[in-house]
Design a binder for this molecule. Structure first.
Ligand code: ADP
Length: 483
């Protein structure tokens, strides 16, 4: 990998301001999903190392939480500027370990930086309150204070943005944070942490630790000194971590799985709906929790939509993310591609038909052809589980009432999308969808200013936006007798 700043490729954790790779520990090997080559190795830390990080976070919290908001804001701003200045290197590191096309990786870096910029601004606007008291001799004040030491456990599909969306909010609020990135993508996290050090963010305020998930997660969730956990990942692991946090009653933010419906009504602008479906379904090779998972198309436009979508999908270039013009990179690992294969095989066996794609691509062992399936029904596995791959299954529906029922018939409730030119219908459907995020006539909904988060078993809490910082803030009621 050719980097302008090779120092960003770190093979050590960041603990208490030091690059930490103790003797006698195993390593985690980071490989490229495009060709299986070894990219780098990072330490597999033990529980005593994680305890050390908690100690450091606690010490740093005493100072950071008392640092003027304007100063915290300025440091965050410098961090953001360094991320943008190093966007090409960060993108190269991300593509190497995660696989997404370089242009998409660069887009994620800029998106990741936008959260730090946003929260640098919000840091200065954490207002308290004064409430008129029911008695004349009382004064009621509301103070906003940082929660304390926080932990973040993040996934491999957005190796940069999931860290800054949590870390930016935490640091802005005056919290310190220990980040455990996914084993597959620790290098982007470490590079971003390097830039935090360069930005002057003090030792212990942001730390990055790598190691066996159960060990790192075990220490962070059991510690009563860690006051909050923010997790993005599968519902299965989220449920487990929630249980592990129960004994210490930790504050929790959970961004879990999705099963996003994408609804195209007869009165939709079909070309716009096709573009929205491409953007929502095929970004990151279908590996995002807001990717359209079930495309419901009303019968009047079903065939026309299927044809247009299949034509467009046939033109998506598959290949390694480093190659110019590639739009679909590899899936993250063998288990991921096998799940996609299983979903497609199950659907085909149950009577669905593939208009384009449907199997592994010749580009390499982890590449799957972008696929459009028609004749998909609610009883197939693909309807109930998140596929997390480049497969668009098309379900046929007749009425608005029916599709709203089908769309809501899942334990998930993260993102949803619908296309209609009818304003009244838009209000009805937007209000009826049991989802934290609703996209109307658009397949692109993520940005730093809007609240991101799910309902039902897609999680709790919101990230980004003015609401995101609240997750890291305690509300303290101060009642003062003045008489
Ligand atoms: P995915 O299936 O997308 O990899 P996971 O929920 O398994 O999603 O992983 C998301 C993050 O959670 C990763 O950082 C992973 O290492 C971590 N993780 C997985 N299992 C555990 C666990 N038992 N305890 C703590 N963290 C875990």
């Amino acid at each position: 990998m050719d980097l302008t700043a090779p120092g960003l490729l770190r093979e050590a954790c960041l603990v208490d301001g030091q690059w930490y790779a103790p003797e006698g520990r195993d390593t985690i090997v980071v490989t490229s999903p495009a060709d299986g080559s070894v990219v780098a190795r990072v330490p597999s830390l033990a529980s005593e190392d994680i305890e050390m990080a908690v100690d450091a976070a606690e010490r740093a919290f005493r100072i950071w939480s008392k640092t003027a908001a304007s100063e915290r804001s300025a440091k965050l701003r410098s961090w953001r500027d360094l991320i943008v200045a190093n966007a090409d290197d960060l993108a190269a590191i991300m593509t190497a370990e995660q696989g997404k096309p370089l242009a998409e990786a660069r887009g994620e870096v800029i998106y990741a930086a936008s959260f730090i910029e946003w929260f640098a601004e919000e840091a200065k606007r954490v207002y308290g309150d004064i409430i008129p008291a029911p008695q004349a001799d009382k004064r009621i004040l509301v103070l906003k204070q940082p929660v304390g030491v926080c932990a973040a456990i993040t996934p491999w599909n957005f190796p940069a943005a999931m860290i800054t969306r949590k870390g930016g909010a935490a640091l802005a609020a005056g919290c310190t944070i220990i980040v455990k990135p996914a084993d597959q993508t620790p290098l982007t996290a470490l590079a971003i942490a390097d830039l935090a050090v360069q930005a002057g963010i003090p030792a212990g305020v942001l730390q990055v630790v790598t190691g066996p998930a159960e060990v790192v997660g075990g220490v962070l969730t059991a510690s009563d000194r860690v006051r909050k956990l923010s997790f993005t990942g599968s519902t299965k692991v989220g449920r487990l971590l929630m249980a592990q946090c129960a004994p210490t009653i930790k504050r929790l933010s959970l961004e879990l799985g999705g099963n996003a419906p994408f609804i195209v009504f007869d009165d939709a602008d079909l070309d716009a709906a096709v573009e929205g479906a491409i953007a929502s379904k095929f970004r990151n090779a279908g590996q995002t929790c807001v990717c359209a998972n079930r495309l419901y198309v009303q019968s009047g436009v079903y065939d026309a939509f299927a044809r247009k979508l299949a034509d467009r999908v046939a033109g998506l270039t598959v290949g390694p993310g480093t190659r110019e013009g590639v739009l679909i990179g590899p899936l993250i690992d063998e288990a991921a591609i096998r799940k996609v294969e299983d979903h497609v095989a199950d659907a085909l066996a149950e009577g669905a038909e593939s208009l384009v794609g449907g199997r592994r691509s010749g580009a390499g062992s982890l590449f799957f052809e972008p696929t459009v399936l028609v004749g998909v029904t609610q009883s197939m596995r693909i309807a109930r589980e998140e596929t997390f791959g480049p497969v668009a299954p098309l379900f046929r529906f007749e009425t608005e009432e029916e599709v709203v029922r089908l769309a809501n018939d899942t334990e998930f409730g993260l993102a949803s999308y619908f296309y209609t030119e009818n304003g009244r219908r838009a209000w009805r459907v937007a209000e009826a969808l049991e989802y934290g995020i609703v996209g109307h006539n658009t397949g692109v909904i993520s940005n730093e200013v809007a609240p991101f988060g799910g309902m039902k078993q897609s999680g709790m809490g919101r990230e980004g936006s003015k609401y995101g910082i609240e997750e890291y803030i305690e509300t303290k009621y101060w009642c003062s007798a003045v008489g």
